[in-house]
Design a protein around this ligand. Structure first.
Ligand SMILES: Nc1ncnc2c1ncn2[C@@H]1O[C@H](COP(=O)(O)OP(=O)(O)OP(=O)(O)O)[C@@H](O)[C@H]1O
Ligand SMILES: [Mg+2]
Length: 266
């Protein structure tokens, strides 16, 4: 991967909310075509980092480059220009309940293109086929399962044929089999459509199955990056504790409110 083009570069990213530092100097590089996983515990800043990479949030300091463009200071139409080339699958599926599956998937196409409805219909069919939901066009979100909703979210994320797709916790809340189906789909989409994929997750099974590269985020910093093999063999005790899901180790869990609050302002 190292010799491929860099499509995302995050440089010394710091983000404070009030006097609380959530991201504390994040550096990472994502190469074209790879599945790059950002893993880390609840609340360590994964979703916040993702929102900075897609330009939804602005850093306190540091830079974000997306597809060769520094988007740190981009807003409005400038940002939309780059955004058209990326797809986003949200932590909650974020479907509109009153719209059918097909209408949900067609949203980006209706918003960003002037294509005729008949063309959009064909494109939506193709995307639904890719996520294994052929024939589901007319159902409402309330009529399908959580796993299917995730897949509709994926179909919508690839509607515009993005160069990069971002997934926030794609397998959270799914049973192990459905989670494995979603993992397989992420790999399929990445390989078939040659999409660069950035996946935020704390699902270790997912990490081991899908990742070409892994970055472990802890307390607003990247603790370690590498291939799955390299991460598995990491000498870092925190990385090992996280991979093994060990309650005892250097990563602290707060049982007293005062300790927690003190830690937040450190
Ligand atoms: N807009 C905001 N204002 C204040 N604090 C925020 C804001 N957004 C996020 N935070 C804080 O930043 C921290 C990181 O949140 P974030 O949602 O990025 O974590 P996460 O790693 O995605 O967690 P999870 O695994 O539970 O999804 C949290 O403590 C959260 O309360
Ligand atoms: Mg999150």
């Amino acid at each position: 991967m190292e010799n491929r083009e860099v499509v995302i570069e995050v440089k010394d990213l710091v983000r404070k909310f009030g006097d609380r530092t959530v991201l504390n100097g994040v550096n990472l590089k994502v190469h074209r075509g790879e599945i790059f996983v950002i893993m880390g515990g609840s609340g360590c800043g994964k979703s916040t980092l993702l929102r900075h990479i897609i330009g939804n949030l602005k850093p306190t300091s540091g830079r974000v480059e997306l597809l060769g463009t520094d988007i740190t200071d981009f807003y409005g139409t400038e940002l939309d220009g780059v955004r058209k080339k990326i797809g986003m699958s949200f932590q909650s599926s974020a479907l509109f309940d009153s719209m059918t599956v097909a209408e949900n998937v067609s949203l980006p196409l209706r918003e960003h293109t002037k294509l005729e409805q008949s063309v959009i219909d064909i494109m939506v069919k193709m995307k639904l086929e890719l996520v294994g939901l052929r024939g589901f066009e007319d159902l409402l979100p309330s009529e399908i399962s959580g796993g299917m909703k995730k897949r509709v979210g994926l179909a919508r994320a690839i509607a515009m044929d993005p160069e990069i797709i971002f997934y926030d916790e794609p397998t959270a809340g799914l049973d192990p089999i459905v989670a494995a189906v979603v993992d397989k789909l992420i790999i399929d989409l990445a390989r078939k459509l040659a999409i660069t994929s950035v996946v935020v997750t704390h699902d270790m099974k997912s990490v081991m199955t899908i990742a070409d590269s892994v970055a472990m985020l802890y307390e607003g910093k990247v603790l370690e990056t590498g291939t799955v093999e390299e991460i598995k063999n990491s000498k870092n005790e925190m990385v090992q504790q996280f991979i093994n899901g060990d309650p005892d180790g250097p990563i602290r869990f707060f049982q007293q409110k005062d300790d927690y609050l003190e830690h937040l302002t450190q």
